[in-house]
Write a new protein. Structure first.
Lengths: 287, 360
């Protein structure tokens, strides 16, 4: 592996990590606050991508598509929380089973509507073509979404640590009953968090639609990658998700280049090791 | 408590007689299937028996030990892959391959059990999900052994057993034998300990039991029917591919358990009947099986957590008690409450017995 290819593979890993972070951060925040393992998160991602694609094609404007994918999936997430998850609040297994059921329906309906072919979104002019990094030409769109992912990370971090909303969420992660007793409407906070997490999945879906592609099965693939990310990083931890995303992105990128046959060992081996040795994840707290 | 037990006893005896009669009749119907219908439905019945056994095994984890696994299809798959590989590549007999299949499956199950046992609830789900994905990934990418997406073909008992009705009777007998063995195990003290761990692992721990060890036993016990089902799967399909070990396949097993009812031993068998029957029937009308499955899962979680079998049993009891209850005007107890009391009685007795014995 030459220097150029090494750099390319590394950049692929890093940009994939950015995408994984956008998916995983929503997932991990929902888990951190409500203990819901939202296995429908991958389906949210896929629908974000498909909606973004449709709206981009119809309006001819990529940014409108990006916005539509994010907002519509966010609303869908809120509806799912109100109609489904709220009814079984606190019952971990029931919540997971509902999420699985929801993901089956969403993925299958997507297959019926958008077909089995691999589709991709043509991004805005600014993001098309290549830019030069350390003398290597690299797709602009990947770098663009890596920057967006970093902005998302910083915004989330500022919101969580510096604002009143953030302190409510952090308090909820620590002790939900007490938060309710303090006069905060926990139900509204939960729905808001679900909407927000789904929005991140939808945004990631549009991003994924531009430089990976959208196809049946992309939902469970991204969900599993995100699961590995949050388990390695620590469920409920924002920086854990960021660290995990970069690690997993790099492993996937080098794995597919060097030894595609053993990619799954490469990914799930470390995950199992983390689960056994440090079940709370690299940066997580004991739950 | 003691009055409860004494008033219940004669009732329980009558119920047992009825139960034995019903089970006998059921067995008769199962064995008479090839006389009642043709190759198509006997084939479906074979499939139902195979997956029913597998789901009853999964219920040892879900219903008895309270652990939801998302990787149970992996165990069936490992068994099936091993059997076909041994038969076609190593030229071993079906019997020898089957024994190796069980051995390999149990070895992997032990490794999986050790990995997953410290985790409960959410983490158990995620670890088993990862294990399932690992097996799927290996099936997909270890081409020299598994032939990747093409899967492995061949295997099976050969000879007269290849006739569909003979294979059906063979499957029915193996499944019946496995179910009886499993039932005996679950009613034994070891089985009661598993339930004890589900209900209160702190109490079990304080009674001196190693909770982790009980969970490993539960996992291993659940793996045996999966291994057997894998062998029977080979004889029926003569084919295995990564599709059989996907997460979707594992979820289908969970759906069988939940829809059929985890509270009853044969509930998951009923679930297999419903799921496979429905899937086969719907296949002619629509390709949207995953949607149907998802909706079923959501509905059964929201509205019928105890499954169809519980609804049936509940309805049956209402019918039986109906007249008396309405005359006396006494409210009907719901099934949950009823079974919980019984389970609690049994469990506490077992614990007391066990505790007394271990003190000696």
């Amino acid at each position: 592996m030459g220097g150029t290819q090494l750099l390319l593979t590394f950049m692929n890993g890093l940009t994939l990590g950015g995408l994984l972070f956008m998916v995983a951060s929503g997932f991990t925040l929902i888990f951190g606050l409500m203990r819901v393992v939202n296995l429908a998160h991958g389906a949210f991602y896929l629908w974000g991508g498909y909606i973004g694609l449709t709206v981009t094609v119809v309006t001819g404007n990529f940014w409108v598509g990006l916005l539509a994918g994010t907002v519509i999936v966010a609303i869908g997430g809120g509806v799912a929380e109100r109609l489904l998850f709220r009814r079984v609040r606190g019952d971990l297994q029931a919540e997971i089973l509902l999420a699985i059921g929801l993901s089956f329906v969403l993925a299958d309906v997507a297959l019926a509507v958008f077909g089995g072919d691999s589709l991709s979104i043509v991004p805005a002019d600014v993001l098309r073509g290549n830019i030069e990094i350390f003398g290597v030409r690299y797709p602009t769109v990947r770098v663009g979404f890596l920057i967006i992912a970093i902005i998302v990370l910083l915004v989330l971090w500022v919101i969580l640590t510096k604002t009143r909303i953030g302190s409510i969420v952090r308090a909820g992660v620590d002790d939900r009953e007490m938060l309710g007793a303090m006069g905060i409407n926990v139900g509204v906070v939960f729905t808001a968090m679900f909407v927000f997490g789904a929005a991140l999945a939808g945004l990631a879906g549009v991003a994924g639609g531009t430089f990976l592609s959208l196809y049946p099965g992309a939902d469970s693939e991204i969900l599993l990658f995100a699961l590995v990310v949050v388990v390695v990083g620590g469920l409920g931890s924002l920086w854990g998700a960021a660290l995990g995303a970069v690690l997993v992105g790099t492993v996937i990128s080098f794995g597919t280049t060097l030894m595609p046959e053993f990619l799954y060992f490469l990914m799930f081996g470390p995950m199992l090791a983390v689960l056994i040795a440090r079940p709370q994840g690299l940066m997580g707290r004991t739950i | 408590m003691s009055t409860l037990v004494t008033t219940r006893r004669p009732l329980a005896h009558r119920a047992n007689l009825g139960k034995i009669l019903a089970l006998g009749l059921l067995t008769l119907v199962v064995y008479a299937m090839p006389y009642l219908t043709g190759q198509y439905y006997v084939g479906i019945a074979t499939e139902i028996l195979i997956f029913g056994l597998w789901a009853v095994g999964l219920n040892v984890l879900v219903g008895t030990a309270g652990l939801y696994s998302l990787g149970h299809a992996a165990l069936l798959g490992i068994s099936a892959y091993t059997v076909i590989y041994c038969q076609t590549m190593l030229d071993l007999s079906f019997l020898a391959s089957s024994l190796i299949g069980v051995l390999v499956t149990m070895t992997v199950a032990l490794a999986f059990a050790v990995m997953a046992m410290r985790a409960t609830a959410v983490y158990f789900l995620m670890i088993t999900l990862a294990q399932g994905m690992l097996v799927w990934g290996v099936a997909q990418s270890w081409v020299s052994i598994t032939d990747g997406d093409n899967g492995l073909r061949g295997g099976g008992p050969g000879g007269g057993l290849e006739e569909y009705y003979n294979y059906y009777w063979f499957t029915a007998s193996i499944v019946l034998f496995s179910l009886v063995a499993l039932k005996i195990f679950l009613s034994s003290r070891l089985g009661l300990r598993l339930r004890g761990v589900r209900d209160s692992n702190t109490r079990m721990a304080s009674l001196g039991y190693n909770v982790l060890w009980q969970r490993i036993i539960a996992f291993m016990v659940a793996a045996v029917p999966a291994a057997v089902a894998g062998i029977l799967y080979v004889g029926y399909f003569h084919y295995i591919s990564p599709t059989a070990v996907t997460v979707t396949a594992s979820v289908e097993g969970l759906l069988m358990v939940i829809l059929g009812g985890m509270g009853l031993f044969l509930g998951p068998m009923l679930g297999a009947l419903l799921i496979i029957g429905l899937r086969t029937e719907l296949a002619t009308y629509t390709d949207r099986w995953p949607t149907v499955m998802g909706v079923l899962l959501i509905l059964s979680v929201l509205f019928a957590r105890q499954g169809v079998s519980a609804i049936l049993v509940d309805g049956f009891r209402r019918l039986k008690r109906g007249n008396r209850a309405t005359k006396d005007g006494e409210p009907l107890q719901d099934l949950d409450h009823d079974t919980n009391i019984r389970a609690a009685e049994r469990d506490s007795t077992a614990l007391v017995v066990d505790a007394a014995e271990s003190r000696q």
